[in-house]
Write a protein that binds this ligand. Structure first.
Ligand SMILES: Cc1cc2nc3c(=O)[nH]c(=O)nc-3n(C[C@H](O)[C@H](O)[C@H](O)COP(=O)(O)OP(=O)(O)OC[C@H]3O[C@@H](n4cnc5c(N)ncnc54)[C@H](O)[C@@H]3O)c2cc1C
Length: 465
């Protein structure tokens, strides 16, 4: 480590790593610091990548078990969990090694393992060693937010930091919370034959997902035997003789569920404790570091992005923000973040892909919107795949027909997420979408069909006056 850098970046996840690399490409001297010995962040080690490796294996196993419908004998299929875990380790190691090799090509970038805390507005202490900086980026991510629940089991429950390291599949697992993390993992374990149950305080699962899409996932879970208890208040989590005893309250009545494993996924809270942000004069609250729309903190030369700010918590959103930060730090023109074009995929069954604004959010902002839906039941590709459930929905500005949001529910919604993101980011109208010639038979035809449907309906509608 040198005594001074143009930029110090705290956290080497999907926010910090691309930011550090971009600044080094600009020729700036950059110190990238992470508590872990390798770059990648929560996304690589305990988030996106491990969850998707395991889910991928579970989905393929499940597909083979369902292959009977394509006249394939599935009778002797087995899954070797320990080999799946080895695959996960290999992919994680390959990706972090790949990042380190990219760093080597950037002579002004230095990566160090260590704990960074602020000493003042221009000094960090990295494992106690002072380092001066001109600019800093806080990209420290988030962790599971634990509700204040009593019981001797609370320090034994799993979070995403434990679940991907178990050598053996659990017999049963109880998820607390029904957000994206729980739903993806519950369906994965269910496909592998693990008895799975979810407790949720809200009246439905996936509160950040449109209601129709969330219900499609909820119904599939129920059909596959995942237990779901909604509208419950968690009261205690105890652990005795190798089993958790989870006490909850529903409509004033106490109930107990027993399970060998409990996974807590009750929301995420920014990793800002212990950074000594007060010493740097950087404001924060329980949602994370306070930033303006250029991602500057209350100290103009210190920026923050990724899961440690109050914004959508996705790896690609963190990377998008990193681009904005580096631009705003070092280029003359300043850019503001625009989450109205954010997109994401829930790797559930069926999958849900979203781009842009949700209907409820648009209406809450006072926008006049109209929606149109294409049902996959009529779709050639979906029929061929024997997966004719789900839909594509456009959320449009009622007057201009600009598509401000797209929602897809399908076994393969992820494959449509790129087009959905492009439509929204480019503020395309249904006419624009109609100009593309979508290949047959693919699920992407649904976009063209839906655009045509909207166009012909508007032609047939009697004109006013
Ligand atoms: C189970 C799970 C599945 C997910 N799946 C997806 C998915 O499919 N798609 C998707 O887009 N997103 C997914 N996410 C979310 C995604 O992982 C996060 O949005 C992303 O990791 C945020 O990136 P980040 O760089 O802000 O933070 P992180 O990836 O959390 O990285 C922050 C880094 O900062 C380091 N750090 C923290 N404090 C300090 C300090 N004081 N000193 C030094 N280093 C420090 C940490 O060690 C960490 O490596 C998932 C998350 C979970 C938990």
């Amino acid at each position: 480590m040198k005594a001074k850098y143009d930029l110090v970046v705290i956290g080497a996840g999907p926010a910090g790593t691309p930011a550090a690399m971009a600044a080094a490409q600009f020729g700036k001297s950059v110190l990238l610091i992470d508590k872990r010995e390798a770059p990648g962040g929560e996304c690589l080690f305990e988030g996106c990548i491990p969850s998707k490796v395991l889910e991928n294996a579970a989905n393929r196993y499940d597909e083979v078990l369902r292959a009977k419908q394509f006249h394939i004998d599935e009778s002797s299929v087995q899954i070797h969990w320990e080999e799946v875990l080895k695959d996960k380790e290999e992919i994680v190691a390959k990706r972090s090694k790949g990042a380190l090799m990219q760093f080597e090509r950037l002579p002004t970038l230095e990566f160090v393992q260590g704990n960074a805390v602020f000493d003042d507005a221009h000094t960090l202490l990295v494992d106690g060693t002072p380092v001066q900086f001109d600019k800093a980026l806080i990209a420290t991510g988030a962790k599971t937010s634990f509700p204040p629940i009593e019981g001797n089991g609370m320090d034994k429950v799993w979070t995403n930091r434990d679940v991907f390291f178990e050598k053996e599949l659990p017999e049963e697992i109880l998820f607390i919370g029904a957000g994206a993390i729980s739903c993806e993992l519950a369906q994965m374990f269910n496909k592998l034959g693990v008895k799975t149950h979810i407790l949720e305080r809200g009246e439905r699962i996936l509160k950040r997902v449109g209601e129709e899409a969330a219900l499609a996932v909820q119904n599939k879970m129920i059909e596959k035997g995942i237990g779901i208890d909604l509208n419950v208040q968690l009261e205690r989590v105890d652990y005795e003789e190798g089993r958790f005893s989870v006490l909850f309250n529903r409509n004033g009545e106490s109930e107990t569920l027993l399970s060998s494993h409990v996974l807590m996924a009750t929301g995420r809270v920014a990793n800002v404790d212990g950074l000594n942000l007060e010493k740097a004069g950087v404001a924060y609250d329980r949602h994370g570091v306070t930033v303006n729309e250029q991602l500057q903190s209350t100290q103009a030369h210190i920026y923050a992005c990724g899961d440690c700010i109050d914004a959508p918590k996705f790896a690609h959103t963190a990377t998008y923000e990193a681009g904005i930060v580096i631009h705003n730090m070092f280029a003359p023109m300043k850019h503001a973040v625009n989450y109205d074009k954010n997109s994401w995929v829930l790797f559930s069954d069926p999958q849900v892909a979203v781009a842009g604004l949700d209907e409820a959010v648009a209406k809450a902002r006072g926008m006049e919107v109209t929606t149109a839906k294409y049902d996959f039941v009529q779709d050639a590709r979906a029929q061929l795949d024997k997966a004719a459930e789900g839909f594509v929905k456009f959320i449009m500005d009622a007057k201009t027909k600009v598509i401000i949001g797209v929602e897809v529910v399908s076994e393969d919604a992820a494959s449509l997420s790129g087009e959905a993101a492009l439509i929204v980011a480019n503020k395309m109208t249904t006419m624009d979408v109609m100009k593309a010639i979508h290949p047959h038979p693919t699920l992407t035809e649904s976009f063209g069909r839906l655009a045509q449907q909207v166009f012909f309906q508007s032609m047939m509608r009697p004109k006013r006056g």
